[in-house]
Design a protein around this ligand. Structure first.
Ligand code: 6R9
Length: 647
């Protein structure tokens, strides 16, 4: 089948920051002379002390290390706030839309945001928070989440945001791992009219965390929540008494900025650590070029700040560039499936960036919900988090964008800090489903399973061969795991965990994870995490989890479960296990299918044959490949015969 190609329109080629000629020239320079390229590009940051060293990076074991702009100093909150005050202090920094459309929006100017950040930074200081200390943030999508992040950056504390949909158990694990003494939360969150008991979750989590002595609680819904004497304090009244001036701390480029936990293929979630200078350059540069961002435009990234997309494209990238960034507390289909487009009209959103899973769920509801809104302000659309299927791409392009807005399909990861492979709207002809070409400084390669490079068109494991400024620097508390996870599979290269195809035009097509990570609604989950939650249940002996295709979520969760000998599995147990996993990890980990089985297919050496389980999960059992090493091949037949139909 011939691929559809959407050429760059004449207006985009003329008006965009970067056209095709400039992309080629800049890309070429970024890889042939990275020193001079990044020396120049890094001038987008206001440095307190300019750097002299650009880049000291090696992916090889003997001299492994990643350091950018090493001797420069800066403060990221000053870059997001103070430097804009003179020119655009009265312009809107954050436009906040509540879950309930009848709640008034909030419009916060750069000057007001600066003041709030300073007060909150002073409050953190008064609670004894010091440079390098970890602050856990467990907040809904409210402007105070951005205030908290920027306040940490202002005083040099390291923030660790835990998505407000995670369970108390998951929260406790993340607080303990980074040994955080302070937690910032709200009484409740609101999503789609449902209340999320954040403070109660924190209280529950803190039963397991001896390290926490301070909790600052934002009164968001006004719910009556328990306040622990000597530990908990009210956000607003505590911040009110603080000074509205707070000198930004001078941070080294390589001082940590934040930790964000993400799932890997093994073990517990790892704390991805990003540092200050390189991340600042990367978030701001990619935001400007990928979205062709020009001052004054209204930018809306619909991701939650609990994910990396929210860090880089709700808060840091847009604010560094002086943008008006939209923050939305709610969900796409509440109170009805027009919600996104109504917000677009209400605020005059020009650039809209969301995940394919949200688009697919809206597409299913029919075009009427979109067509009854105007959307005439939109000029550019973006996609992130998972592969976008050509059908959803077509709907986004034709129905949402009315054929007029280019779509930037941006591939990147928590680990990469910002966009790595993406079209630039004024430069790149689009192919639906392809993330197209690398960002400046990004050198993708495809390798076969023996580590041999694939030249030209072909399919392989996606690796990146040289560092870029936004790259993660370590796994919190486990530098060895950092090296082992990303740099030991293929010598001298960063291993992404994704499979990828390159076509004749040099375009990249991400095919999805090739490790044991599944991508549910754009959220990463390790199969091992879900398995360990399942086996933690008293009635479960063994569990194996694989991904399965899912129309809306992209991937769903398929769990094979063996119960303890005396337990008779039934519908009640199935329901109980679903609730258990939600409780252990959070609703995003809800299993779609649980198949009880007396045994799992194992090799004679006792290894579960996941390849076969994946095939069963995908309902593609015609060719299971070699099963000769199975200890008991009849297990597979019975699994196939008893495969439940997804609900
Ligand atoms: C930003 C973010 C990373 C994983 C990544 C890949 C998948 C992200 C994609 C995409 C195809 C895209 N992914 N963007 N796959 N096309 N445009 O999502 O970070 O949560 O760490 O997930 O998501 O599999 O490896 P993160």
């Amino acid at each position: 089948m011939a691929e559809a190609v959407y050429p760059v329109s004449a207006e985009w080629a003329r008006d965009a920051l970067i056209d095709e000629g400039r992309y080629r020239e800049m890309y070429e320079r970024s890889v042939s002379d990275p020193e001079s390229f990044w020396r120049e590009e890094a001038q987008r940051v206001d440095w307190m002390r300019p750097f002299t060293v650009v880049k000291q990076t090696s992916f090889h074991e003997d001299d492994f290390g990643i350091s950018w702009f090493t001797d420069g100093t800066l403060n990221l909150s000053a870059n997001c706030l103070d430097r804009h005050l003179a020119a655009r202090g009265e312009e809107i920094a954050i436009l906040w839309e509540a879950d309930d459309p009848s709640t008034p929006e909030r419009r916060i100017t750069y000057r007001q945001l600066h003041e709030q950040v300073c007060r909150f930074a002073n409050l953190l200081k008064s609670k004894g928070v010091r440079k390098g200390e970890r602050v856990t943030i467990y907040l809904p999508m409210v402007p105070e989440a951005a205030v908290a992040m920027l306040a940490c950056a202002r005083i040099g504390a390291i923030h660790s945001i835990v998505f407000a949909g995670f369970s108390p158990e998951a929260l406790a694990g993340r607080i303990t791992d980074c040994d955080s003494r302070i937690v910032l939360t709200a009484d409740e969150g609101l999503r789609g009219g449902k209340k999320i008991p954040l403070k109660t979750n924190v209280d529950e989590a803190l039963k397991e965390c001896a390290c926490v002595d301070t909790v600052i609680v934002l009164a968001h819904t006004g719910a009556d929540v328990h306040m622990e004497d000597g530990r908990d304090c009210d956000w607003a009244s505590a911040a009110e008494g603080q000074s509205a001036e707070c000198e930004p701390a001078e941070m080294n480029a390589e001082d940590p900025l934040f930790i964000l936990y993400t799932s890997g293929s093994t073990g517990k979630p790892k704390g991805v650590l990003h540092t200050t200078g390189g991340y600042a350059v990367w978030a701001s540069m990619t935001h400007e070029y990928v979205f062709d961002y020009k001052p004054g435009q209204i930018f809306w990234c619909a991701a939650d700040v609990g994910w990396v997309t929210g860090h880089s494209y709700v808060v840091y990238g847009p604010l560094m560039n002086g943008a008006t960034t939209v923050m939305f507390e709610g969900v796409p289909n509440h109170p009805d499936p027009s919600r996104f487009w109504q917000i677009v009209d209400k605020f005059g959103v020009e650039i809209f960036y969301a995940a394919p899973t949200a688009l697919r769920s809206l597409m299913r509801e029919g075009d009427e919900w979109v067509r009854k809104t105007s959307r005439k302000s939109l000029r550019l659309l973006g996609s992130v988090g998972e592969p976008i299927n050509p059908e959803a791409w077509g709907w986004y392009h034709e129905v949402v964008g009315e054929g007029r807005c280019p779509i930037v399909d941006t591939w990147w990861q928590t680990e990469t800090g910002g966009v790595m492979i993406s079209p630039l709207p004024g430069a790149t002809a689009l192919k639906p489903g392809s993330a197209t070409r690398p960002m400046f400084g990004v050198q993708p390669r495809l390798l076969d399973s023996d580590g041999r490079e694939i030249d030209g068109a072909g399919d392989g494991c996606l690796v990146i061969t040289d560092s870029w400024p936004g790259q993660m620097r370590t796994v919190w508390g486990d530098h060895e795991r950092f090296f082992q996870t990303y740099f030991s599979t293929f010598k001298g290269a960063y291993f992404t965990g994704d499979g990828c195809r390159r076509d004749e035009d040099g375009y990249y097509w991400i095919t999805g994870r090739i490790d044991d990570v599944i991508n549910v609604s754009g959220h990463r989950l390790g199969t091992a995490e879900v398995e360990s939650a399942l086996v933690a249940h008293a009635k479960v002996a063994e569990a194996a989890v694989v991904g399965m295709p899912h129309d809306i979520k992209g991937q769903g969760i398929y769990a094979f479960v063996t119960t303890n000998a005396e337990v008779e599995p039934d519908e009640d147990l199935r329901k109980a296990l679903v609730a258990w996993v939600r409780h252990e990890i959070g609703p995003i980990a809800t299993p779609d299918v649980i198949q009880f089985t007396p045994a799992l297919p194992k090799t004679r050496s006792g290894k579960i044959m996941r390849r076969i389980l994946r095939k069963i999960g995908e309902n593609d059992v015609s060719n299971l490949g070699d099963t000769s090493t199975l200890a008991d091949p009849s297990v597979v037949d019975s699994l196939i015969a008893n495969r439940p139909q997804p609900a």
